[in-house]
Design a protein around this ligand. Structure first.
Ligand SMILES: O=C([C@H](O)CO)[C@H](O)[C@H](O)COP(=O)(O)O
Length: 202
């Protein structure tokens, strides 16, 4: 195993562990309560995000579907119109990605509840959201402040470039929310498996 691989792995894993104490459990609780009400009241949950944040959003929407929540990915052809009191989960580490901010603004105008998953609560996305779930990790640009990369390995680039730490941490935070939802909704793994796609084509 190369030293760089090992250092990067440890850096990411340690960052996620360190993040636990930085999270605001109160806002995560509000977000979870909102998803429980979406399940009970059959309200739609629409997710949006660009690039790798969009991939995290898709993974989360998939699990919500497995839980029996009516989840969709904004921008896909089969996505329904947003209704009042539907929920839009916008994932953007920077909180400035224009398409995501515009989608959140449009959702607010329709009367939806907007949840921002972001590193920057004071960003345009954070400011317009009803609930902000702070997830540490996003850097605005690649910065050469990475301890392992600079001091130990003598590299000139960070081991977790751009939004890597945000995206990986957001995935873990949202997977932990899913686990909590399973408990709150009385679902087990078998229930989720029953709703999993059984035709998986490339
Ligand atoms: O794809 C991304 C990039 O590779 C950063 O690691 C980002 O997810 C994409 O650029 C969206 O950025 P944010 O809205 O700031 O999450």
């Amino acid at each position: 195993m190369s030293e760089t691989f090992k250092a990067a792995f440890l850096e990411i894993a340690n960052f996620i562990l360190y993040s636990l104490n930085k999270l605001d459990l109160n806002s995560i609780g509000k977000f979870t309560d909102l998803l429980v009400s979406a399940y009970k009241e059959e309200r739609a949950v629409l997710v949006v995000g660009m690039g790798r944040s969009g991939l995290v959003a898709r993974g989360f929407a998939m699990r919500l579907r497995h839980l029996g929540i009516h989840s969709y990915v904004l921008g896909e052809t089969i996505t329904p119109p947003v209704d009042k009191d539907d929920i839009v989960v916008a994932i953007s580490g920077s909180g400035t990605t224009q398409i995501v901010v515009a989608a959140a603004e449009a959702a607010k105008k329709m009367g939806a509840v907007v949840v921002a998953i972001t590193t920057y609560p004071d960003s345009p996305l954070g400011k317009l959201a009803d609930i902000v779930v702070f997830v540490p990790g996003r850097t605005k640009v690649a910065v050469m402040d990475d301890y392992f990369a600079r001091q130990i390995l003598g590299l000139h680039e960070p081991l977790s470039p751009l939004g890597t730490l945000f995206e990986d941490t957001a995935m873990v935070v949202l997977d932990a929310v899913v686990a909590d939802l399973m408990r709150r909704l009385g679902k087990n793994e078998h229930d989720l498996a029953k709703r999993h796609a059984n035709i998986e084509v490339p």
